[in-house]
Design a protein around this ligand. Structure first.
Ligand SMILES: [Zn+2]
Length: 164
């Protein structure tokens, strides 16, 4: 990941008046994440959240960017991994669209929308992690998380639906 952007985000974080984390996610992008989770069921779907970081640290999702799960077949059910070249391609696309990577999404087939220990161990700070629960092929709960600064756990973010 881009180190400079990380430093800028830490600065943004310092400006944040409270610890309340929020992400703005429109119905269209929410539906795209749900549809991708259903399409890849019973495997985990994953992708990027592209948009912008607001000065107060809130994140705005402008687009979703679907990518494939790089894990081998039997592991695809419960953990996701994004290949560096796919992440790079997503970041290049974001750049040409005037967007930034603000986070990641993935599905939990037949499991809750709560990040796993694996997710925590592989998370980067400041990014949003949206998890959608897909049960028997149907997307259900969708929740957003950000890892705490001490990396000990995820804190849930409030999902705001922008008025259009
Ligand atoms: Zn997960």
């Amino acid at each position: 990941m881009c180190l400079e952007a990380g430093v800028a985000r830490r600065w943004l974080r310092a400006q944040r008046p409270s610890n309340k984390q929020m992400i703005h996610l429109a119905t269209q992008q929410r539906n795209e994440i749900a549809a991708h989770g259903e399409r890849d069921y019973p495997y985990e779907a994953c992708g990027l959240l592209l948009g912008s970081f607001r000065a107060d640290g809130q994140k705005i999702v402008g687009e979703t960017y679907a990518i494939s799960n790089a894990r081998e077949e039997e592991a695809k059910r419960n953990r996701f991994l994004i290949r560096p070249e796919e992440l790079l391609r997503g970041e290049r696309y974001a750049e040409t669209s005037g967007l930034e990577v603000v986070g990641f999404y993935h599905s939990h087939p037949d499991d809750s929308a709560v990040p796993s220990q694996y997710d925590l161990e592989h998370a980067w700070p400041l990014y949003s992690y949206i998890v959608v629960s897909v049960r028997s092929g149907a997307a259900e709960e969708l929740r957003s998380w950000e890892m705490q600064a001490d990396r000990s756990r995820f804190a849930e973010e409030e999902i705001l639906v922008p008025q259009t």
